[in-house]
Design a protein around this ligand. Structure first.
Ligand SMILES: CC(C)(COP(=O)(O)OP(=O)(O)OC[C@H]1O[C@@H](n2cnc3c(N)ncnc32)[C@H](O)[C@@H]1OP(=O)(O)O)[C@@H](O)C(=O)NCCC(=O)NCCS
Length: 161
């Protein structure tokens, strides 16, 4: 059972601090691929949920065009990762809502991601839709991915617990 969630802190952190959890949760421990395009843009937000000094969940949102859609109002989620022992306690949802909030404050209208098959239901639970057929990536031929998107409503996000 999880400890009281109020004992965890949510922080905006420098990109380097999310690399370890990206590597362990998303990249099978590979540390050579954990830096993503967009990490160093001024408008990019890296969020971490911390248990003391340990980062147990993280997500990044950066401005990046939605494939096939012109305009600069699209934001991309990257490196959404929750430590396996902390999954299904609402941390992923909390991080995505804060990323939505950031994108909206920066004038974003759409948030999109490349979701792996195993996480597709998570994004669907948060209201994301997918219009694209599944595809593989050159670096991950063993995993199916889906391009998923969420159109931000006009009102600010206020329901983060
Ligand atoms: C996918 C992931 C980010 C979800 O984070 P989480 O903290 O476990 O998810 P939450 O507890 O916030 O769940 C939010 C909702 O999504 C659902 N959900 C979570 N993971 C799911 C999954 N893998 N499949 C289907 N639904 C899922 C939950 O049941 C919950 O729905 P509900 O509110 O209707 O009950 C996390 O499991 C993870 O890091 N997985 C491994 C890495 C990964 O796949 N990252 C995404 C890269 S594309």
């Amino acid at each position: 059972m999880l400890r009281d969630r109020s004992l965890f802190a949510i922080r905006s952190v420098p990109a380097e601090q999310v690399y370890p959890i990206r590597s362990s949760v998303l990249l099978d421990g590979d540390t050579s691929q954990c830096r993503f395009r967009g990490d160093d843009q001024d408008s990019t937000l890296h969020l971490a949920i911390c248990d003391g000094d340990a980062i147990v969940a993280a997500a990044t949102v950066c401005q990046e065009a939605f494939p096939g859609s012109p305009g600069d109002n699209a934001w991309r989620l990257r490196g959404v990762a929750v430590d396996p022992s902390m999954q299904r306690y609402g941390f992923g949802r909390m991080l995505i809502k804060l990323c939505f909030d950031h994108a909206r404050k920066e004038g974003g209208r759409i948030v999109w991601c490349t979701a792996r098959e195993s996480a597709r239901g998570f994004y669907e639970a948060l209201g994301f839709a997918s219009a694209s057929p599944p595809f593989t990536l050159p670096t991950r031929g063993d995993v199916l991915f889906y391009e998923m998107h969420y159109v931000l409503p006009g009102e600010p996000v206020t329901d983060v617990e």
